[in-house]
Design a protein around this ligand. Structure first.
Ligand code: SAH
Length: 204
């Protein structure tokens, strides 16, 4: 049913649909919400955070153009669901979560379900993951006021960054940033979205 809903948006990336059919979303939401797990809707996962709407997960994954050698960074691990989807495409998935307890729970859940290749870290994803850069794909699952410069720096030539940009009060846009092989940056607004904020404190 969830896959059918995603198709109704005109979404036709069969590899992404297959990955989404393979990952048990009910394992990533609170038990009390198990009945909603395959609805096309975001669901609260505690700490004021939410697991994203399945169609948006599909669209963001599609925009990354992944292959088995891709190195991918996710900012905002949350439940670990998006990371599990990414790990179907490539064993090189790195994900950062700001809330320590969510990071720990996500790691345990991913290991228990067999998505052992995913590297989970607690920290501020604004700064990326320098030791593992560059990345062919970076996916940000919380909304930033502006695109964090370290993430653009950590994109490999030919790399793609997909990120919701905008304030909580106003329209946020899903933005695709492409770093061309000569280092030129192009950006494209894809669609209006609604995400929880990326929390970042400037170090004085
Ligand atoms: N991708 C997740 C949903 C993410 S919700 C899933 O599949 O379940 C957004 C997450 O971003 C929240 O868990 C929030 O704590 C986290 N977040 C917010 N600011 C962050 C930051 N600066 N660095 C890393 N994670 C951040």
């Amino acid at each position: 049913m969830m896959i059918q809903r995603i198709r109704e948006y005109g979404f036709t990336d069969e590899a992404v649909l297959k990955a989404m059919a393979a990952v048990p979303r009910h394992e990533f939401v609170p038990k009390s919400d198990n009945l909603l797990a395959y609805d096309d809707t975001p669901i609260p996962i505690g700490h004021g955070q939410t697991i994203s709407q399945p169609y948006i997960v599909a669209e963001m994954t599609h925009q990354l153009n992944l292959c088995p050698t891709s190195r991918v960074l996710e900012i905002g691990t949350g439940s670990g669901y998006q990371a599990a989807i990414l790990s179907i495409f490539t064993p090189h998935v790195y994900t950062i979560e700001a809330i320590d307890s969510l990071a720990k729970e996500a790691k345990e859940r991913l290991d228990r379900l067999g998505y052992n290749s995913v590297h989970v870290r607690n920290g501020d994803g604004y700064n990326g993951w320098l030791d593992e850069a560059p990345f062919d794909g970076i996916i940000v699952t919380c909304a930033a006021g502006q695109i964090p410069p370290p993430l653009i720096e950590q994109l490999a030539p030919g790399g793609r960054l997909i990120i919701p940009v905008g304030d909580q009060c106003c329209t946020q846009w899903l933005v695709l940033v492409i770093k061309e092989s000569d280092g030129t940056i192009t950006t494209k607004k894809l669609m209006a979205v609604r995400f929880v904020p990326l929390v970042h404190h400037d170090v004085e």
